[in-house]
Design a protein around this ligand. Sequence first.
Ligand SMILES: NC(=O)c1ccc[n+]([C@@H]2O[C@H](COP(=O)([O-])OP(=O)(O)OC[C@H]3O[C@@H](n4cnc5c(N)ncnc54)[C@H](O)[C@@H]3O)[C@@H](O)[C@H]2O)c1
Length: 347
Amino acid sequence: MRLIILGTGSMAGEHARNFALDPEVEIVAAVEPTQQRLGQFAEAHGIPHRFAGLDEAIAWGDFDAAANVTPDAVHYPTTMQLIAAGKDVFCEKPLATEYSQAREMADAADSAGVINMVNLTYRAAPPVQRAREMVLAGEIGTIKHFEASYLQSWLVGRHWGDWQTEDRWLWRLSSAHGSKGVIGDIGIHIVDFATYAAGSDIASLSSRVRTFQKVAGDRIGDYTLDANDSVVMSVELANGALGSIQATRWATGTLNDLRLDLYGDRGALRLLAGGRQSSLLACIGADIDTQTWREVACPPVPTNYLRFATAVRSRVNGDPDFRRAAALQHVLDLSFAADGLGSLAIA
Ligand SMILES: NC(=O)c1ccc[n+]([C@@H]2O[C@H](COP(=O)([O-])OP(=O)(O)OC[C@H]3O[C@@H](n4cnc5c(N)ncnc54)[C@H](O)[C@@H]3O)[C@@H](O)[C@H]2O)c1
């Protein structure tokens, strides 16, 4: 497979390193408007061709597939262009910034018959795959309740750089730069993580969304800091389970944790992924009476990058595909709409 990488910012390195693990993938070009970044990236990963824009790359055309690692709002126009050119696309999440666009992308990919996948990274976390198998096998019975959260703290700590000066963080805080805030950035991961493990999609939700003041005037240079930083959803799944899904960038003391507890009527599962540790614990059978949790072994899972490469070779689409990502986008849109419905104040 001859692959191009579109967008050579911070996440693009992950794509280059991971695709390089497949000997049949050749990264033939990088596309990026910021010239210095393009040059450094292409040098670092030994990529022969460089383009300042997608038009040029498509006019050249000597590639099969593209990894779209541009900012969120750029996914839609560039992916539609790639699909129209008949290229397979591995797109970063969120697929688009609104459901109608995401659905259009899924429809276009299906009509064109191109391979289409979205990089919901935590599908490759072994606990989520093992948990889903256990749930679908009935090992915890019927899920009644769940708690899911995705916790980051880059607005508080400097471990990932300085959000006040680096554009890769500032665009994530600004609606005008296409960000849907924490909801679009990591809310999509935890909605997918929770519903995939639970084996059931969201049937209804209510939500509270908050943008906290970060600097005086809520503005840094061209960036108006109006995109949300915290969301709390209460959710009912199609299988009847009730639960909460939260995401925040204000979880001081956590690096990048996805946490999920699934409580069934015959057992429970506790998943941790994303950060420095990954684990799956189960409390099943006689252990329920003593609240004893035991570690469950989780076999390794291939990354989305390698599964995309396999899908391109086999011409059988992989999961999560654009259709799944569009369904998640629908949930994200509803979480904004539900926040607008307000809440009851204590008089
Ligand atoms: N799957 C994950 O776990 C994960 C993790 C981090 C980021 N992401 C996603 O990856 C994407 C990129 O994030 P990032 O942190 O690398 O952002 P970034 O700002 O560091 O990099 C984006 C790059 O795209 C370039 N770009 C902008 N418009 C372009 C265009 N039209 N054509 C080509 N390049 C263009 C920018 O100049 C920049 O270099 C985002 O959608 C983000 O949500 C996913």
